[in-house]
Design a binder for this molecule. Sequence first.
Ligand code: SF4
Length: 356
Amino acid sequence: MKMKKDRIDGAIGPLLNWYRENARTLPWREEPTPYRVWISEIMLQQTRVQAVLPYFDRFMKELPDIRALAEVEEDRLLRLWEGLGYYSRAKNLKKAAMLLVETYGGSMPDEWDALLALPGIGRYTAGAVLSIAFQKPFPAVDGNVLRIITRLTASKEDIGKESFRREVEELLKNEYTDANARELTQALMELGALVCVPNHPPKCEECPWEKLCLAHQNGEETAFPVKKKAKERHKEKRTILLIRDGERVVLKKRPPKGLLAGLYEFPGEEGELDRQQALSRVEGMGFKPLRIEEAPKAKHIFSHVEWEMTGYLIRIEETEAAPEQILLVDRTEAQNYSIPSAFRKYVEFLRLRGET
Ligand code: SF4
Protein backbone atom coordinates (compact mmCIF):
# COMPACT_ATOMS: atom_id res chain seq x y z
CA MET A 1 0.00 0.00 0.00
CA LYS A 2 2.82 2.42 0.94
CA MET A 3 4.62 1.78 -2.35
CA LYS A 4 1.44 2.35 -4.30
CA LYS A 5 0.75 5.51 -2.33
CA ASP A 6 4.20 6.95 -3.09
CA ARG A 7 3.85 6.19 -6.77
CA ILE A 8 0.40 7.75 -6.96
CA ASP A 9 1.58 10.80 -4.97
CA GLY A 10 4.22 11.46 -7.60
CA ALA A 11 1.83 10.92 -10.51
CA ILE A 12 -0.88 13.48 -9.73
CA GLY A 13 1.04 16.67 -10.62
CA PRO A 14 2.15 15.47 -14.08
CA LEU A 15 -1.35 14.13 -14.73
CA LEU A 16 -3.04 17.47 -13.95
CA ASN A 17 -0.53 19.36 -16.12
CA TRP A 18 -1.14 16.96 -18.97
CA TYR A 19 -4.91 17.29 -18.58
CA ARG A 20 -4.82 21.08 -18.75
CA GLU A 21 -3.13 20.84 -22.13
CA ASN A 22 -4.98 17.87 -23.57
CA ALA A 23 -8.54 17.87 -22.24
CA ARG A 24 -11.24 17.48 -24.86
CA THR A 25 -14.03 20.03 -24.96
CA LEU A 26 -17.20 18.16 -24.08
CA PRO A 27 -20.66 19.62 -23.47
CA TRP A 28 -20.92 18.35 -19.89
CA ARG A 29 -17.48 19.79 -19.13
CA GLU A 30 -18.28 23.22 -20.50
CA GLU A 31 -21.26 23.54 -18.18
CA PRO A 32 -20.72 21.04 -15.35
CA THR A 33 -24.03 21.44 -13.50
CA PRO A 34 -24.96 18.52 -11.21
CA TYR A 35 -27.80 17.51 -13.56
CA ARG A 36 -25.62 17.52 -16.70
CA VAL A 37 -22.78 15.68 -14.99
CA TRP A 38 -25.17 13.05 -13.62
CA ILE A 39 -26.89 12.42 -16.99
CA SER A 40 -23.59 12.30 -18.88
CA GLU A 41 -22.05 9.86 -16.42
CA ILE A 42 -25.04 7.52 -16.64
CA MET A 43 -25.00 7.67 -20.45
CA LEU A 44 -21.24 7.05 -20.55
CA GLN A 45 -21.53 3.79 -18.61
CA GLN A 46 -20.97 1.10 -21.27
CA THR A 47 -21.02 3.68 -24.11
CA ARG A 48 -18.25 5.66 -25.82
CA VAL A 49 -18.09 9.46 -25.69
CA GLN A 50 -18.60 9.89 -29.44
CA ALA A 51 -21.73 7.75 -29.37
CA VAL A 52 -23.11 9.60 -26.34
CA LEU A 53 -22.72 13.15 -27.73
CA PRO A 54 -25.88 13.28 -29.92
CA TYR A 55 -27.95 11.54 -27.24
CA PHE A 56 -26.80 13.97 -24.59
CA ASP A 57 -27.61 16.93 -26.76
CA ARG A 58 -31.12 15.68 -27.58
CA PHE A 59 -31.78 14.71 -23.96
CA MET A 60 -30.80 18.15 -22.66
CA LYS A 61 -32.97 19.89 -25.24
CA GLU A 62 -36.02 17.82 -24.36
CA LEU A 63 -35.43 17.40 -20.63
CA PRO A 64 -33.37 20.40 -19.54
CA ASP A 65 -33.71 19.88 -15.79
CA ILE A 66 -34.57 17.43 -13.03
CA ARG A 67 -38.22 18.48 -12.97
CA ALA A 68 -38.66 17.82 -16.69
CA LEU A 69 -37.07 14.39 -16.25
CA ALA A 70 -39.32 13.60 -13.28
CA GLU A 71 -42.42 14.44 -15.31
CA VAL A 72 -41.57 12.84 -18.67
CA GLU A 73 -43.73 9.93 -19.88
CA GLU A 74 -41.80 6.68 -19.64
CA ASP A 75 -42.36 5.87 -23.32
CA ARG A 76 -40.94 9.26 -24.33
CA LEU A 77 -37.94 8.75 -22.07
CA LEU A 78 -37.25 5.31 -23.50
CA ARG A 79 -37.44 6.73 -27.02
CA LEU A 80 -34.78 9.27 -26.06
CA TRP A 81 -32.68 6.41 -24.74
CA GLU A 82 -33.25 4.01 -27.62
CA GLY A 83 -29.92 2.81 -28.99
CA LEU A 84 -27.97 3.44 -25.78
CA GLY A 85 -29.12 0.08 -24.37
CA TYR A 86 -29.29 -0.97 -20.72
CA TYR A 87 -32.70 0.67 -20.37
CA SER A 88 -32.84 0.25 -16.61
CA ARG A 89 -30.42 3.20 -16.51
CA ALA A 90 -33.06 5.47 -18.06
CA LYS A 91 -35.79 4.20 -15.78
CA ASN A 92 -33.62 4.76 -12.73
CA LEU A 93 -32.91 8.31 -13.89
CA LYS A 94 -36.61 9.08 -13.86
CA LYS A 95 -37.16 7.39 -10.48
CA ALA A 96 -34.26 9.35 -9.00
CA ALA A 97 -35.52 12.61 -10.52
CA MET A 98 -38.95 12.04 -8.96
CA LEU A 99 -37.31 11.50 -5.58
CA LEU A 100 -35.20 14.63 -6.05
CA VAL A 101 -38.31 16.68 -6.76
CA GLU A 102 -40.12 15.21 -3.76
CA THR A 103 -37.24 15.47 -1.31
CA TYR A 104 -34.92 18.25 -2.50
CA GLY A 105 -37.25 20.53 -4.46
CA GLY A 106 -35.78 19.40 -7.78
CA SER A 107 -32.07 19.94 -7.09
CA MET A 108 -29.27 17.47 -6.40
CA PRO A 109 -27.84 17.09 -2.90
CA ASP A 110 -24.08 17.52 -2.47
CA GLU A 111 -23.77 14.74 0.11
CA TRP A 112 -22.28 11.30 -0.50
CA ASP A 113 -24.93 9.32 1.41
CA ALA A 114 -27.83 11.25 -0.12
CA LEU A 115 -26.54 10.60 -3.64
CA LEU A 116 -25.87 6.92 -2.97
CA ALA A 117 -29.47 6.53 -1.78
CA LEU A 118 -30.78 7.45 -5.25
CA PRO A 119 -31.72 4.68 -7.73
CA GLY A 120 -28.99 4.01 -10.30
CA ILE A 121 -26.31 5.97 -8.42
CA GLY A 122 -23.41 3.90 -7.14
CA ARG A 123 -20.07 4.89 -5.66
CA TYR A 124 -18.58 5.80 -9.04
CA THR A 125 -21.41 8.14 -10.11
CA ALA A 126 -21.68 9.69 -6.65
CA GLY A 127 -17.93 10.41 -6.74
CA ALA A 128 -18.17 11.86 -10.26
CA VAL A 129 -21.07 14.18 -9.40
CA LEU A 130 -19.50 15.35 -6.13
CA SER A 131 -16.07 16.00 -7.57
CA ILE A 132 -16.97 17.36 -11.02
CA ALA A 133 -20.15 19.28 -10.26
CA PHE A 134 -19.59 20.26 -6.62
CA GLN A 135 -15.76 20.32 -6.56
CA LYS A 136 -15.74 18.08 -3.46
CA PRO A 137 -12.87 15.70 -2.68
CA PHE A 138 -14.36 12.34 -3.72
CA PRO A 139 -12.78 10.05 -6.33
CA ALA A 140 -14.79 8.26 -9.03
CA VAL A 141 -13.26 4.83 -9.58
CA ASP A 142 -14.44 2.79 -12.55
CA GLY A 143 -12.77 0.21 -14.78
CA ASN A 144 -10.77 2.90 -16.60
CA VAL A 145 -9.32 4.30 -13.41
CA LEU A 146 -8.56 0.80 -12.14
CA ARG A 147 -6.72 0.05 -15.39
CA ILE A 148 -4.46 3.09 -15.27
CA ILE A 149 -3.74 2.73 -11.55
CA THR A 150 -2.92 -0.98 -11.81
CA ARG A 151 -0.57 -0.20 -14.70
CA LEU A 152 1.04 2.70 -12.89
CA THR A 153 1.66 0.56 -9.80
CA ALA A 154 1.99 -2.85 -11.54
CA SER A 155 -0.64 -4.20 -9.21
CA LYS A 156 -1.69 -7.77 -9.92
CA GLU A 157 -4.77 -7.62 -7.74
CA ASP A 158 -8.11 -8.67 -9.23
CA ILE A 159 -9.93 -5.49 -10.27
CA GLY A 160 -13.23 -7.37 -10.04
CA LYS A 161 -12.85 -7.46 -6.26
CA GLU A 162 -14.77 -4.82 -4.37
CA SER A 163 -12.07 -4.73 -1.67
CA PHE A 164 -9.47 -3.68 -4.25
CA ARG A 165 -11.73 -1.01 -5.71
CA ARG A 166 -12.19 0.42 -2.20
CA GLU A 167 -8.42 0.39 -1.68
CA VAL A 168 -7.92 2.42 -4.87
CA GLU A 169 -10.66 4.83 -3.77
CA GLU A 170 -8.87 5.28 -0.46
CA LEU A 171 -5.48 5.85 -2.14
CA LEU A 172 -6.92 8.40 -4.55
CA LYS A 173 -8.97 10.18 -1.91
CA ASN A 174 -5.71 11.28 -0.28
CA GLU A 175 -4.84 13.15 -3.45
CA TYR A 176 -8.09 15.08 -3.67
CA THR A 177 -8.55 18.63 -2.41
CA ASP A 178 -11.37 21.15 -2.71
CA ALA A 179 -9.25 22.89 -5.34
CA ASN A 180 -8.36 19.98 -7.64
CA ALA A 181 -11.42 17.70 -7.35
CA ARG A 182 -13.10 18.53 -10.67
CA GLU A 183 -9.88 18.39 -12.67
CA LEU A 184 -8.51 15.31 -11.00
CA THR A 185 -11.56 13.14 -11.68
CA GLN A 186 -11.68 14.30 -15.28
CA ALA A 187 -7.93 13.91 -15.75
CA LEU A 188 -8.00 10.30 -14.56
CA MET A 189 -10.90 9.57 -16.91
CA GLU A 190 -9.21 11.37 -19.80
CA LEU A 191 -5.95 9.47 -19.45
CA GLY A 192 -7.88 6.19 -19.56
CA ALA A 193 -9.88 7.34 -22.58
CA LEU A 194 -7.13 8.88 -24.72
CA VAL A 195 -3.75 7.41 -23.76
CA CYS A 196 -3.86 4.38 -21.47
CA VAL A 197 -6.66 2.86 -23.51
CA PRO A 198 -8.39 -0.51 -23.15
CA ASN A 199 -8.35 -3.14 -25.92
CA HIS A 200 -5.42 -1.52 -27.78
CA PRO A 201 -1.77 -1.02 -26.85
CA PRO A 202 -1.46 2.03 -24.57
CA LYS A 203 0.22 5.12 -26.05
CA CYS A 204 3.00 5.27 -23.47
CA GLU A 205 5.10 7.73 -25.49
CA GLU A 206 2.28 10.31 -25.06
CA CYS A 207 1.68 9.52 -21.40
CA PRO A 208 2.55 11.90 -18.53
CA TRP A 209 3.39 8.79 -16.50
CA GLU A 210 5.84 7.36 -19.01
CA LYS A 211 8.76 7.72 -16.57
CA LEU A 212 6.74 6.71 -13.49
CA CYS A 213 4.73 3.75 -14.67
CA LEU A 214 5.92 0.38 -13.38
CA ALA A 215 4.09 -1.65 -16.01
CA HIS A 216 5.78 0.41 -18.74
CA GLN A 217 9.19 0.16 -17.11
CA ASN A 218 8.80 -3.62 -17.10
CA GLY A 219 7.48 -3.66 -20.67
CA GLU A 220 4.32 -5.43 -19.55
CA GLU A 221 1.66 -2.74 -19.94
CA THR A 222 -1.03 -5.07 -21.24
CA ALA A 223 -0.51 -7.57 -18.40
CA PHE A 224 -2.67 -5.17 -16.39
CA PRO A 225 -5.35 -4.95 -15.22
CA VAL A 226 -5.83 -8.48 -13.91
CA LYS A 227 -9.42 -9.61 -13.95
CA LYS A 228 -10.67 -13.08 -13.12
CA LYS A 229 -12.85 -14.53 -15.85
CA ALA A 230 -16.55 -13.88 -15.47
CA LYS A 231 -18.98 -16.76 -15.71
CA GLU A 232 -19.85 -17.75 -19.28
CA ARG A 233 -22.88 -16.05 -20.77
CA HIS A 234 -25.96 -18.22 -20.92
CA LYS A 235 -27.37 -18.82 -24.42
CA GLU A 236 -31.09 -18.76 -25.01
CA LYS A 237 -32.97 -19.66 -28.20
CA ARG A 238 -36.04 -17.52 -28.98
CA THR A 239 -38.61 -17.34 -31.71
CA ILE A 240 -39.83 -13.93 -32.87
CA LEU A 241 -43.21 -13.61 -34.57
CA LEU A 242 -43.56 -10.70 -36.98
CA ILE A 243 -47.32 -10.63 -37.40
CA ARG A 244 -48.87 -8.41 -40.07
CA ASP A 245 -52.48 -7.48 -40.63
CA GLY A 246 -52.85 -5.24 -43.70
CA GLU A 247 -50.96 -2.07 -42.82
CA ARG A 248 -50.52 -2.95 -39.18
CA VAL A 249 -47.90 -4.84 -37.20
CA VAL A 250 -48.41 -6.61 -33.88
CA LEU A 251 -46.48 -5.36 -30.85
CA LYS A 252 -46.63 -6.36 -27.25
CA LYS A 253 -45.52 -4.57 -24.10
CA ARG A 254 -42.98 -6.50 -22.05
CA PRO A 255 -43.69 -7.10 -18.36
CA PRO A 256 -42.91 -4.23 -15.96
CA LYS A 257 -40.06 -6.19 -14.33
CA GLY A 258 -37.04 -8.11 -15.65
CA LEU A 259 -35.05 -7.91 -18.88
CA LEU A 260 -36.14 -4.99 -21.16
CA ALA A 261 -39.01 -4.26 -18.77
CA GLY A 262 -41.79 -2.01 -20.07
CA LEU A 263 -40.46 -1.81 -23.64
CA TYR A 264 -42.34 -2.98 -26.74
CA GLU A 265 -41.45 -6.13 -28.63
CA PHE A 266 -42.67 -8.41 -31.33
CA PRO A 267 -44.48 -11.37 -29.78
CA GLY A 268 -42.33 -14.42 -29.29
CA GLU A 269 -41.25 -17.03 -26.85
CA GLU A 270 -38.32 -19.01 -25.58
CA GLY A 271 -37.22 -21.93 -27.78
CA GLU A 272 -36.93 -22.50 -31.52
CA LEU A 273 -40.38 -23.08 -33.00
CA ASP A 274 -40.95 -24.68 -36.41
CA ARG A 275 -43.43 -23.18 -38.88
CA GLN A 276 -46.34 -25.28 -37.64
CA GLN A 277 -45.70 -24.38 -34.01
CA ALA A 278 -45.33 -20.70 -34.93
CA LEU A 279 -48.68 -20.77 -36.76
CA SER A 280 -50.42 -22.44 -33.85
CA ARG A 281 -49.03 -19.78 -31.44
CA VAL A 282 -50.49 -17.09 -33.70
CA GLU A 283 -53.84 -18.89 -33.69
CA GLY A 284 -53.57 -19.20 -29.93
CA MET A 285 -53.38 -15.40 -29.77
CA GLY A 286 -56.77 -15.23 -31.49
CA PHE A 287 -55.54 -14.41 -35.02
CA LYS A 288 -56.20 -16.23 -38.30
CA PRO A 289 -52.88 -16.78 -40.11
CA LEU A 290 -52.88 -16.64 -43.92
CA ARG A 291 -49.26 -17.39 -44.76
CA ILE A 292 -45.86 -17.71 -43.14
CA GLU A 293 -42.30 -17.21 -44.29
CA GLU A 294 -38.95 -17.33 -42.55
CA ALA A 295 -37.24 -14.11 -41.50
CA PRO A 296 -33.45 -13.97 -41.01
CA LYS A 297 -31.90 -15.38 -37.88
CA ALA A 298 -30.51 -12.81 -35.43
CA LYS A 299 -28.38 -12.70 -32.32
CA HIS A 300 -28.28 -10.22 -29.44
CA ILE A 301 -25.87 -10.15 -26.53
CA PHE A 302 -26.99 -8.81 -23.15
CA SER A 303 -24.68 -8.72 -20.16
CA HIS A 304 -25.66 -12.18 -18.83
CA VAL A 305 -27.55 -13.82 -21.65
CA GLU A 306 -27.28 -14.18 -25.39
CA TRP A 307 -30.42 -14.53 -27.52
CA GLU A 308 -30.25 -16.65 -30.68
CA MET A 309 -33.40 -15.71 -32.54
CA THR A 310 -35.40 -17.41 -35.26
CA GLY A 311 -38.01 -15.20 -36.91
CA TYR A 312 -41.18 -15.75 -38.93
CA LEU A 313 -43.16 -13.21 -40.91
CA ILE A 314 -46.82 -14.18 -40.64
CA ARG A 315 -49.68 -12.54 -42.52
CA ILE A 316 -53.05 -12.72 -40.78
CA GLU A 317 -56.63 -11.92 -41.74
CA GLU A 318 -57.58 -8.36 -40.90
CA THR A 319 -58.97 -8.20 -37.43
CA GLU A 320 -61.04 -5.68 -35.48
CA ALA A 321 -60.15 -6.41 -31.88
CA ALA A 322 -56.66 -7.21 -30.63
CA PRO A 323 -56.34 -9.63 -27.71
CA GLU A 324 -55.39 -8.19 -24.33
CA GLN A 325 -51.75 -7.01 -23.98
CA ILE A 326 -51.43 -6.97 -27.79
CA LEU A 327 -51.23 -3.83 -29.89
CA LEU A 328 -51.95 -3.57 -33.58
CA VAL A 329 -49.91 -0.61 -34.62
CA ASP A 330 -50.08 1.17 -37.94
CA ARG A 331 -46.75 0.67 -39.69
CA THR A 332 -46.21 4.43 -39.90
CA GLU A 333 -46.58 4.67 -36.11
CA ALA A 334 -44.41 1.70 -35.16
CA GLN A 335 -41.37 3.97 -34.92
CA ASN A 336 -43.03 5.86 -32.04
CA TYR A 337 -42.77 2.79 -29.82
CA SER A 338 -39.58 2.00 -27.94
CA ILE A 339 -38.51 -1.30 -29.42
CA PRO A 340 -35.19 -2.47 -27.92
CA SER A 341 -32.12 -2.79 -30.11
CA ALA A 342 -32.26 -6.58 -29.54
CA PHE A 343 -34.96 -6.56 -32.24
CA ARG A 344 -33.14 -4.18 -34.56
CA LYS A 345 -32.56 -6.80 -37.24
CA TYR A 346 -36.29 -7.54 -37.39
CA VAL A 347 -37.28 -3.87 -37.44
CA GLU A 348 -34.83 -3.44 -40.32
CA PHE A 349 -36.15 -6.58 -42.06
CA LEU A 350 -39.71 -5.23 -41.91
CA ARG A 351 -38.57 -1.83 -43.09
CA LEU A 352 -36.70 -3.25 -46.09
CA ARG A 353 -39.72 -5.30 -46.97
CA GLY A 354 -41.88 -2.16 -46.74
CA GLU A 355 -43.56 -3.84 -43.80
CA THR A 356 -43.22 -1.09 -41.19
S1 SF4 B 1 2.99 4.65 -19.31
FE1 SF4 B 1 1.74 3.43 -20.68
S2 SF4 B 1 0.91 1.77 -19.45
FE2 SF4 B 1 1.68 3.31 -18.06
S3 SF4 B 1 -0.07 4.55 -17.54
FE3 SF4 B 1 0.96 5.55 -19.26
S4 SF4 B 1 -0.03 4.75 -21.11
FE4 SF4 B 1 -0.59 3.41 -19.38
